[in-house]
Write a protein that binds this ligand. Structure first.
Ligand SMILES: Cc1cc2nc3c(=O)[nH]c(=O)nc-3n(C[C@H](O)[C@H](O)[C@H](O)COP(=O)(O)OP(=O)(O)OC[C@H]3O[C@@H](n4cnc5c(N)ncnc54)[C@H](O)[C@@H]3O)c2cc1C
Length: 285
């Protein structure tokens, strides 16, 4: 019997829960608010579930998603301060954490400002920007395996790099960070980073950020632009006119449109440049 505290919903529209605005319906969608409920649920659900963060790195297929989807809420959204250490629930959004830490006189996350993600999602995806990494001030994470066992992992036990983290394959439930004191210039730095981001990236339409990882030879966006694909349309989607590594949803984009644009881009970049593009986004099917 699933705990009464866990909310179960049927046929939840996942397009509304992703920043790209694409995705079918979750057959079973669980809202789980505590570690003990999560552990119980994992012991009871059959197939390994999907964990939804803020949906900003996801391409979800249309139609029915049969695997259960779990969204962490309640206690997973709490922050506790102990000196300059913040203990953070994994569903906390980066934007909230930045505001909170500034208010508490702590800095360190400035260069990541504007990434529309949860802390759990960032740790699993190895998020970084402008020479800063979500792991920079991490002390340790609390994770649960898919059998419901909870344990802590220290930063030096984690492998991470550009869009990669060895935490993937586990559920991040919380993390503690030891942040430096907030330098008086933090607010100004955040403003500059947001301005830089707006100048470089396309925030005018829904997207899932960069679709491809940057290969060692060049930025993926430059390669896509050089092969003439900037602005290419397919159905309701388009390769952004502003940042060619972004695919933007003009309103009615489908998974098929996205899949076509991604495959076509890979094919053309490989044919014309001899470079294999690897997807940064994660796919759910
Ligand atoms: C406009 C825009 C700009 C972006 N800019 C950047 C950038 O500058 N740098 C960058 O690195 N990324 C960027 N991204 C991509 C994205 O924000 C990151 O990949 C982010 O880490 C995804 O976090 P999320 O909470 O949205 O995760 P989701 O998209 O919800 O999930 C992504 C993956 O993480 C898993 N996951 C999520 N939460 C957990 C958890 N608690 N435990 C275990 N697994 C979990 C999911 O199952 C999924 O596999 C951008 C995206 C957008 C839309």
């Amino acid at each position: 019997m699933v705990s009464e505290r866990i909310k179960i919903k049927k046929n939840v529209d996942l397009d509304l829960l992703t920043t790209l605005g694409i995705g079918g319906k979750a057959n079973y969608f669980f809202l789980v608010g505590t570690v003990s409920d999560l552990s119980k649920l994992l012991k009871e659900t059959g197939p390994r579930p999907y964990i939804l963060g803020n949906g900003s790195n996801l391409l979800i297929k249309d139609g029915l998603i049969k695997k259960p989807v779990i969204k962490l809420v309640g206690k997973f959204g709490q922050v506790r301060k102990k000196g300059n250490v913040l203990e953070v629930g994994s569903s906390i959004l980066l934007s909230f954490l930045i505001k909170y830490s500034l208010k508490e006189g702590l800095g360190g996350l400035e260069n990541l400002a504007g990434i529309p993600a949860s802390i759990g999602g960032m740790l699993v995806c190895g998020a970084s920007s402008f020479q800063a990494n979500i792991f920079d001030y991490l002390k340790e994470v609390e994770v649960m395996d898919f059998k419901g066992k909870l344990y802590k992992i220290k930063k030096d036990e984690i492998n991470y790099g550009y869009r990669y983290s060895s935490l993937s394959g586990r559920i991040v439930v919380g993390a503690s960070f030891s942040f430096p004191g907030n330098k008086s210039k933090s607010k100004e730095k955040i403003k500059n980073i947001i301005q830089k981001r707006i100048a470089l990236q396309d925030f005018s339409l829904p997207s899932c950020g960069s679709v491809f990882k940057n290969p060692s030879q060049a930025a993926a966006g430059n390669l896509i632009e050089q092969v003439g694909l900037k602005g290419k349309r397919r159905g309701g989607l388009k390769i952004s006119d502003k940042h060619a590594n972004f695919i933007v949803n003009l309103g009615k984009g489908s998974f098929q449109d996205a899949d076509y644009l991604i495959q076509n881009t890979k094919d053309i970049v490989y044919r014309k440049k001899g470079i294999v593009l690897e997807e940064e986004i994660q796919r759910w099917s």
